[in-house]
Design a protein around this ligand. Sequence first.
Ligand code: OAD
Length: 274
Amino acid sequence: MATPADDLATAAGMLQKARRLVAFTGAGVSAESGIPTFRDGTGLWETFPPETFAQWDGLVHTALAHPAQLADFLLAVLEPIAVAEPNAAHRALAALERSVPTAVVTQNVDGLHQAAGSTEVREVHGSFLEVVTLKGRLVCRLDRAELRMVVDRLRRVRVGPAKLPRILLALRGLAGPTLHGLTRPNVVLFGEQLAEPDWALAQEDVLGCDVMLVVGTSAEVWPAAELPHLARRNGARLIVVDPGHPGPGGIWIRGPAGQVLPELLRRAFGEAMF
Ligand code: OAD
């Protein structure tokens, strides 16, 4: 059986020979930036079940019947993103572009791959840093300071009785009525189509890659979870980086992405990578 060191060496060799890479990332890649995952013991869905907070009918019911819970959920989601900075894993994936053409296909909605310098990023579940109309037309992009202002207002709402009108007022700039009509953050809820054009571009990237790095995802949410299988059926080889999940096959390098990815890149391309 291969030892972890053998696996690292094999994976480094695969990166050296790769012609086109896709890094398929999930919540685990941002865990070391302080953003909680969804399904680990302390994951977001443990406290805020998705059927109540991440699909339209549940969300509307929560907003009307339990506005304080809605405010708590929004704070739990937005605050870590508003203060987050890219970690060593995001920076390593951005540095990869200097050696191999690399597209990042992410399920995350935190904008940290772009903040680290990756230039080809497909956000298939959208982004909290984009505001769209209810029909999905882009209205504006936010920076993290603007998101922090929303978070500060939500915190003040939680001091008194969290009535829905106060929550909606706190969300201004991110959601609510504007000159363009009603707006919302550009994040995909359960039951909605994936974000376009990113989803179509992601599938093209996957069909064009010969190596896929699968980083920090339980790969349980479809259709995004189909992408590693699509890559493999198309002949690509997989490298999975995750401390807890073997992923959809290929070489599994067990460990936190912020440690494994820099080490892997150093082995593949030398110290000059960083
Ligand atoms: P999950 O919470 O399902 O999985 C997170 C993965 O990250 C697990 O496999 C962990 O073992 C791993 N992990 C934890 N810490 C890590 C670290 N430091 N380095 C590397 N890996 C680490 O999150 P996702 O797979 O991203 O969708 O979830 C997919 C989708 O489910 C999300 O995009 C979201 C959610 O419902 C929507 O809301 C539509």
